[in-house]
Design a protein around this ligand. Structure first.
Ligand code: AMP
Length: 489
């Protein structure tokens, strides 16, 4: 007898079931419960879900199931054409998705390969040339392989755009458009996005055919487990405040370990990590200017516990499978309020309790108000007692920071744009075990328990946050349809 609460009722192949059982999957997550049957039937899907909801298995398992009839033991590459393609914005996400897909397929004869930039093409070329039914790729590197005729996409039956919003943010639209032109017109298309800007809707309209919209609560409905604190202080007090938090907010009032600290800009990331190190904290920075090796090193250190505090920018942290962190700190208030949701989604997963602390200054008021609007809550501003507030130094306002060029010039996603950062780095995702602070309950924020509500994506400080040089697809309405002409209903 199959139980609708477990994976048996989907009719998945025993090889796939055995693999996920080994991985410890017993109960489908909400996105899996909704998406798997639709994808198995061959329907297109527009999925409103973030990383952390289990969306990878939501599309990966039914994709593999649909490709199972093609599984074969032949050594001939011709018998293993690419039939499933997954495009991801960053190499971290590509790697993470590939890790999962490889595990799901591990007991079958389906082959899975991953390609992303920033690393040697040769091993990827060999994997592609040997033949593989499923390819996970960042767009730029996939195009390189297509140009070099290392792969052929003419037999793709299913294509997935994962984290489509980020792909648009990162300027991948032209690359995606080129890739889609290599695919058969008759195919199944799936798209996952955490947010629904007008551009995403246009992309969906062009890319998907009669899609079923599948929404799940943001981030596993965990906000009731995440205590959200906001401290208002002067810019000059922020580093001391952070040190105080790191010193006192761990279990039993002790040191915090396994903390992800978000900042808005690469330069700030470097500066803060250095300052923390000088203060005796085992900290490291992860941002888009770091080499693959440096990022790997920082992540592995964080995973092993050698690094207690990882200072990160949004782009660098995106897609990393860092799960179940006890504490996430917003050292900077994110300029895009949706980034707040992404950032705090790093804690309090899977029913575990979490704490998120945000430091705000007077110049962050508009951004904080936008976050409150988006998350339908009002923060209670708190003050930190431990730091010396007797002689606050003059506040550095945000304009001044911009004037000194401390932020890279592309809004809160200051790292996108150059090819080096667009999915061209592929550190292996890390998993962390952690101690947790005492659970502190917060009134349930219905944002996390309701299906996703589309929200217009507006800069929280217009003008200042989006410099005139902005060239992302997000800022160019109308280009999506022009670039993606081939998939009209
Ligand atoms: P994802 O949102 O796909 O990145 O998944 C987030 C994490 O949840 C990954 O570590 C998955 O391996 C894990 N996961 C996904 N589905 C399940 C499930 N049904 N049961 C347990 N863990 C899961």
């Amino acid at each position: 007898m199959s139980d609708p609460k477990d994976f048996t009722h989907f009719g998945l192949d025993p090889q796939l079931l055995a693999a996920i059982t080994e991985m410890g999957y017993t109960t489908p997550t909400p996105i899996q419960a909704k998406a798997i049957p639709v994808v198995l039937r061959g329907g297109d899907v527009m999925g409103a879900a973030q990383t952390g909801t289990g969306k990878t298995a939501g599309f990966g398992l039914p994709m593999l199931q649909r490709l199972m009839p093609h599984a074969n033991p032949s050594m001939s590459p011709a018998r293993h054409p690419v039939r499933g393609l997954i495009l991801a914005p960053t190499r971290e996400l590509a790697d993470q998705v590939a890790d999962n897909l490889k595990k799901y397929a591990s007991k079958s004869q389906l082959r899975v390969a991953v390609v992303y930039g920033g690393v040697d093409m040769k091993p990827q070329t060999e994997a592609l040339r040997r033949g593989c039914e499923v390819v996970i790729a960042t767009p730029g590197r996939l195009l390189d392989h297509i140009e070099q005729k290392n792969t052929n996409l003419s037999q793709v039956q299913i294509v997935v755009l994962d984290e489509a919003d980020r792909m648009l943010d990162m300027g991948f639209l032209p690359d995606i458009s080129r890739i889609l032109n290599f695919l058969p017109k008759e195919r199944q298309s799936l798209m996952f996005s955490a947010t629904f800007s007008e551009e995403i809707k246009k992309l969906a309209a062009n890319f998907l055919r009669d899609p079923q919209l599948i929404e799940v609560a943001r981030r596993n409905a965990t906000a009731d487990n995440v205590k959200q604190e906001v401290y208002k202080l002067h810019e000059s007090e922020k580093t001391d405040a952070l040190l105080e938090i790191l010193r006192t907010r761990g279990p039993d009032g002790g040191r915090l370990t396994q903390v992800l600290v978000f900042v808005n800009a690469k330069i700030e990331c470097r500066r803060l990590a250095r300052q923390l190190q000088k203060a005796g904290v085992n900290a490291d920075a992860i941002h888009g200017d770091k080499t693959q090796d440096e990022r790997m090193k920082a992540l592995e250190g964080f995973k092993s516990g050698a690094i207690e505090v990882l200072v990160a920018t949004d782009v660098a942290a995106r897609g990393l499978d860092i799960v179940e962190l006890p504490v996430v700190i917003n050292y900077d208030v994110p300029f895009q309020s949706e980034d707040y949701v992404h950032r705090i989604g790093r804690t309090g997963r899977a029913g575990a309790s979490g704490l998120t602390i945000m430091l705000m200054t007077g110049s962050d008021e508009r951004s904080v108000a936008a976050i409150e609007r988006l998350t339908k809550q009002s923060f209670e501003m708190q003050t930190l007692s431990g730091i010396d507030r007797a002689q606050p130094r003059p506040e550095r306002d945000r304009g001044e920071r911009h004037g000194r060029g401390e932020r890279s010039g592309r809004g809160s996603r200051g790292e996108r744009g150059d090819r080096g950062d667009r999915g061209d780095r592929g550190d292996r995702g890390v998993r962390t075990e952690s101690t947790r602070p005492a659970p502190a309950r917060q009134p349930v924020d219905d944002l996390f328990t309701k299906p996703y509500e589309p929200a217009a994506r507006e800069p929280t400080t217009p003008g200042a946050d989006v410099p005139p040089s902005e060239t992302s697809a997000e800022r160019r309405p109308g280009r999506v349809s022009a670039l993606l002409g081939g998939r009209k209903k």
